[in-house]
Design a protein around this ligand. Structure first.
Ligand code: CP
Ligand code: NVA
Length: 308
């Protein structure tokens, strides 16, 4: 039984296997209608719980659809409506759910909640985003880059903006998939140093460059995300916007990267804050491929978790 908790805690070869399986499974679907089941139905008779303590569009729909395509069934649960949101412990919730379902995906606040769920569950647990990381997103991003540009190993990825949860997973993936990573943003919003150290220990560059124009020189991929994440207090909004304005991804900044540099954003985006509409809708943007590939990448993650 494998839980998928983070990119840096999952074996490199296993991660590579999941990306390659995701691409094979995507190709095998051959553009059929979305509701068409996969020929092999690997999740036949499996029940999957999808728990959300924060809002979601992509994670919710892509996991639900992915399970159904693989012949399984889902229960989508809102944290607020569960006893979990009314004082029942995570450990007890994990043990109870393990009697009903074969796999648990949870989107939550504190990483400790995810880890406790995984510790007490007797079925695999998948991280559907915490305040700290968002590994499923970055699996889809790696898949998307490689679909468009070939191997990501040896490439240069630049993150401009807030050093948040998605950024941390991008840094972990730099170490595991072998690409160089540059963060550009204000020092108050730096990514956590453990992630940068992890990537460096795997032999790739993981650096911080305050000047966004210098940072994006030679970039193969430019990435950003919202300036205010779901776990950030709304009271911090104005301060964050003021700090981050200079790190907006716009056509001028993209013009400093390689001519064929891709643009990514996990979505939801705040158009004309962290990225301009011209970049989001421009020729180098692959944001909707990323969103689609959540489906395919997570199907591979679920199969790996269940060993099917
Ligand atoms: N990118 C992402 O995880 O989107 P949702 O919040 O809509 O799930
Ligand atoms: N950083 C964002 C990602 C949303 C998918 C958040 O945590 O709100």
């Amino acid at each position: 039984m494998n839980s998928f908790l983070d990119i840096h805690t999952t074996d490199k070869a296993e991660l590579r296997g999941m990306i390659d399986a995701a691409r094979r499974m995507k190709n095998a679907r051959n553009g059929q209608p979305k509701g068409t089941p996969d020929a092999d139905a690997p999740l036949k008779n499996r029940m999957v719980a999808l728990i959300f303590e924060k809002p979601s569009t992509r994670t919710r729909v892509s996991f639900d659809l992915g399970v159904r395509q693989m012949g399984g069934q889902t229960m989508v649960l809102s944290g607020k409506e569960m006893q979990l949101g009314h004082g029942e412990t995570i450990a007890d919730t994990a043990r109870v759910l393990s009697r009903y379902v074969d796999l648990i995906m949870i989107r939550t606040f504190e990483e400790a909640t995810l880890l406790e769920m995984a510790e007490y569950a007797s079925v695999p647990v998948i991280n559907g985003l915490t305040n700290r990381t968002h590994p499923c997103q970055v699996m889809a991003d790696v898949m998307t880059f490689e679909e468009h540009r070939g191997p990501i190993a040896g490439r240069k990825v630049v993150w401009s903006g807030d050093g948040n949860n998605v950024c941390a997973s991008m840094i972990h993936a730099a170490g595991q998939f072998g690409y160089d990573f540059t963060f550009t943003g204000p020092s108050t919003l730096d990514p956590e140093s453990e992630a940068l150290e992890f990537a460096r220990a795997q032999g790739v560059q993981a650096i911080v460059e305050r000047d966004p124009v210098k940072a994006v020189q030679g970039a193969d991929l430019v990435v950003t995300d919202t300036w205010v994440s779901m776990h950030d207090p709304q009271s911090a909004r104005e301060r964050r916007h003021n700090q981050l304005r200079g790190y907006q991804v716009n056509e001028a900044l993209m013009g400093q990267a390689k001519a064929d540099a891709l643009f990514m954003h996990c979505l939801p985006a705040h158009r004309d804050d962290e990225v301009t509409s011209a970049v989001m809708d421009g020729p180098n943007s692959v944001i909707f491929d990323e969103a689609e590939n959540r489906l395919h990448a997570q199907k591979a993650v679920m199969r790996w978790c269940l060993g099917v």
